[in-house]
Design a binder for this molecule. Structure first.
Ligand SMILES: [Zn+2]
Length: 86
């Protein structure tokens, strides 16, 4: 028999995969649930796109670098490449 605590533990486990469950959408003018979509995979980082589940527009992006994977909510510090790789 499933107890209530078992169900809670299961849902908490699922939530570990979601770093952002809702973001502010300018079109909806409200915080809406978002869908995370892998936008781009680069050799040193991955870029995720957050889509509003209400209207489908992009409400944010997240860059995950190898070093940033520990800090899931890293600020979107955009560092321009200082030098080109040859
Ligand atoms: Zn929206």
């Amino acid at each position: 028999m499933l107890t209530a605590s078992t169900v809670i533990a299961m849902s908490q486990k699922q939530f570990e995969n979601f770093t952002a469950s809702s973001l502010y959408c300018e079109k909806c003018k409200a915080a809406t649930p978002v869908r995370e979509r892998l936008l781009l995979v680069l050799p040193d980082k991955e870029i995720f796109d957050y889509l509003c589940t209400e209207c489908g527009s992009s409400v944010g992006q997240r860059e995950v670098t190898a070093g940033d994977k520990l800090t899931a909510q890293a600020m979107s510090a955009r560092r321009a490449p200082a030098q080109l790789l040859h």
